[in-house]
Design a protein. Structure first.
Length: 182
């Protein structure tokens, strides 16, 4: 039911957060020439492209962008069924060796998604440095993994979840609070 949802960030607030995150990535990187952005499927990929656009505006160089599907690296793979739907992993052109790789996701929660993403990256090479960048950090870690760059820290009541909406998949850009499973 749509009335159970509460908008936390509108399009302008998300755009401002992404622009700030892009500036932080620039500050933490040696050079945008050696910078690779890798979005985690699904919405992390769209956010990675938006952040790459923001970096391009500031630096006159657009970093390469790739995508990770972490399905086979999840520690709960057996719980999601015998035939998980696996998407495509596309690493940025030129690979990841000796590059600053920024893993981009929509929401940080337990830390398990970030761990799976780092495990997958390790199978493809050895980056100089890995940064974790998330639009929303909702807390609740189960693993000692913290994002380096956060768009917004939000407290989430028990039984609720954060939904990041992107135009390519949802028709609009926003962050909403919704009942879990709803």
């Amino acid at each position: 039911m749509a009335s159970d949802r509460q908008q936390l960030l509108d399009e302008r607030a998300v755009e401002r957060a992404l622009a700030r995150m892009a500036r932080e990535i620039i500050e933490k990187s040696v050079s945008t020439e050696a910078l690779s952005l890798v979005g985690i499927h699904r919405r992390g990929v769209q956010l990675a492209h938006r952040i790459a656009d923001e970096i391009s505006k500031a630096e006159d160089h657009r970093p390469v962008v790739g995508s990770l599907d972490i399905t086979l690296y999840r520690d709960d793979l057996m719980a999601i069924g015998p035939r998980p739907v696996v998407g495509e992993t596309r690493l940025p052109e030129g690979g990841i060796d000796d590059r600053v790789v920024v893993i981009i996701d929509d929401v940080a929660f337990t830390g398990r998604t970030a761990r799976a993403a780092m495990d997958e990256l390790a199978d493809f090479g050895r980056p100089r440095r890995i940064l974790l960048c998330v639009l929303v950090d909702r807390g609740g870690r189960e693993l000692p993994i913290q994002p380096d760059i956060v768009g917004r820290h939000l407290d989430v009541p028990e039984g609720m979840t954060i939904d990041v909406l992107v135009p390519e998949l949802d028709g609009r850009l926003a962050v909403e609070l919704a009942p879990q499973g709803g």
